[in-house]
Design a protein around this ligand. Structure first.
Ligand SMILES: Cc1cc2nc3c(=O)[nH]c(=O)nc-3n(C[C@H](O)[C@H](O)[C@H](O)COP(=O)(O)OP(=O)(O)OC[C@H]3O[C@@H](n4cnc5c(N)ncnc54)[C@H](O)[C@@H]3O)c2cc1C
Length: 480
């Protein structure tokens, strides 16, 4: 058996093209690929069934794509991450690989897991070689003049722009086909992907598979289509949930079917890869990609956000309300506030929610209902196909005014005004709240406002928006 295999460990990066760790591993010698599935860990992290299913479907595709390169894939289930070091130790006895290559993950538990593996490998003069892949710029590399991490998006973004002026991060070449490996890995593969998928099937709703197709080719086609057809209108269209004004690429970026460098390169393709901003749409989409970048860096630099703690320690003492009934109504889209209910039902039905509506729903829970943002964060994670700790936590803490660069606590969206502004014809509401289908564009945002006795199979608002706004501001003021 050759002693020169490299092990390439795929995690949240299920693709072949533009893959930092895969590229480096294949440059070092023949490779064997590894994926470790940890269903109990997913449960602890509140990963949604739809996200797991999407991951497993993409994993099957990855297996085929790797086979075409003669890279065999081992798929192993290790229920909890704490069992992984032991698994790696056993693997060393069966495959005399040289090093393990993987793309770095920034969460606190992820880093702890990788440290334990470093230790085991080092004892055998081997290494876990971690590559930067998930972000445009290496973590801990965007610093202010005092060499400290940024806590405010504007300043972070400015430094990113300066870095981009020196050149866009380049995509890695695709690996070449290697010679076939004569190695029987069946004993080292304890997982049938389809069988594991069936465990999550019951929790899935209909139509999810046809809505969220897998595959790198599909993700790249979506990216191209967005850049060609929607980018020009993005600045205007992105806030209107009834329009397909955004890319809907988040599920693909999240499990790494698509890389962030591929997005950036596509964004500047017409400028031949030069950092020249030529339209508002281009600038606005770049800024959204940088919001993603910002929260990834925050996750690494401020590990408290991985531990259910607010970014702003001063918000620790807010007295959140324990209101199980309202929480349930919010979760099921039965609050009596149409735009909130439409968003929450879109989430339940598709595993995805439009960004503007995510903000409205999150603010409604954390401000109008004064329910702890962490409960909302968890619910989103349990439903989202693109559930990502950094972005979800960042989004929730922004809305709840507990996070970096967050909305000031006295800024409380009025969901009805938001609805009038961003869903003016009520089309988004009509789609997700069919009970209100027959109402006109004026009435649909607040059905009982002008006529409280109107007969509708739809609840009355569970909270008074004005009074609850004042209650939230008071609660935040008193906690300071
Ligand atoms: C309460 C709340 C929770 C959120 N939870 C998540 C989450 O779990 N996973 C997730 O990927 N995004 C999350 N977001 C951010 C944002 O809503 C989604 O990234 C966006 O709706 C995805 O749609 P899109 O791909 O069409 O985005 P586009 O508008 O096309 O943006 C392109 C990409 O940029 C990134 N992006 C855009 N906006 C943001 C943002 N505000 N923060 C971070 N990244 C951004 C995403 O990767 C997105 O795919 C959350 C936002 C809020 C307010």
């Amino acid at each position: 058996m050759s002693h020169h295999y490299q092990l390439i460990w795929f995690r949240q990066d299920l693709r072949i093209q533009d893959h930092a760790a895969l590229w480096h591993a294949t440059q070092a010698g023949p490779c064997i690929a590894l994926v470790i599935l940890s269903p109990k860990q997913w449960q602890l992290h509140d990963d949604a069934a739809i996200k797991i299913d999407f991951y497993l479907r993409q994993l099957k595709q990855l297996k085929q794509d790797l086979e075409a390169l003669n890279i065999p894939l081992m798929v192993q289930t290790v229920d909890l991450w704490k069992g992984i070091p032991q698994f790696i130790e056993n693997l060393l006895k069966h495959i005399p690989f040289q090093n393990i290559y993987a793309n770095i993950e920034f969460g606190f538990n992820e880093l702890k897991r990788d440290n334990a593996i470093h230790h085991i490998l080092n004892l055998q003069q081997k290494q876990l070689i971690l590559l930067q892949d998930r972000t445009l710029f290496p973590i801990a590399s965007i610093r202010n003049q005092s060499n400290q991490p940024y806590q405010v998006f504007g300043a972070f973004k400015k430094t990113c722009y300066q870095r981009l002026e020196h050149g866009l991060p380049q995509c890695y070449p695709s690996p070449l086909q290697q010679l076939p490996i004569e190695l029987n890995l069946t004993e080292l593969t304890n997982t049938d992907i389809e069988q594991l998928r069936s465990v999550f099937q019951d929790q899935l709703r209909e139509n999810t598979e046809c809505e969220w197709k897998i595959g790198e080719a599909h993700a790249l086609a979506l990216l191209d289509q967005f850049v060609e057809e929607h980018l020009a209108e993005y600045k205007l269209a992105r806030d209107f949930p009834a329009q397909s004004g955004t890319s809907q690429l988040s599920p693909y970026l999240n499990i790494g079917v698509l890389s962030i460098r591929q997005c950036l390169q596509a964004l500047f393709r017409k400028q031949l890869g030069h950092f020249t901003i030529q339209s508002e749409g281009q600038q606005t989409w770049l800024d959204e990609l940088l919001w993603r970048e910002f929260y990834q860096h925050i996750l690494f630099d401020f590990p408290q956000v991985s531990k259910h703690l607010p970014f702003k320690a001063s918000t620790q003492n807010i007295e959140w309300r324990d209101d199980q009934e309202s929480l349930k109504q919010w979760q099921q889209g039965l609050t009596g506030i149409p735009i909130v209910d439409a968003g929450m039902r879109q989430l339940l039905a598709t595993g995805w929610m439009h960004n503007r509506v995510r903000m409205i729903c999150a603010m409604f829970l954390s401000k109008n209902l004064l329910i702890d943002w962490r409960i909302g964060e968890q619910w989103f994670m349990q439903q989202l196909i693109d559930g990502d700790l950094a972005a979800n936590n960042g989004g929730w803490q922004w809305c709840a005014s507990t996070g970096t660069d967050a909305a000031p606590y006295f800024r409380v969206f009025n969901p009805v005004s938001q609805s009038n502004k961003f869903d003016p014809q009520g089309d988004y509401i009509r789609k997700w709240v069919p009970e209100l289908k027959g109402l006109d564009a004026k009435t649909i945002h607040e059905p009982y406002a002008k006529n409280s006795s109107i007969k509708l199979n739809y609840p009355k608002p569970i909270v008074d928006l004005k009074l609850s706004r004042v209650r939230a501001i008071e609660a935040f003021k008193h906690s300071q």
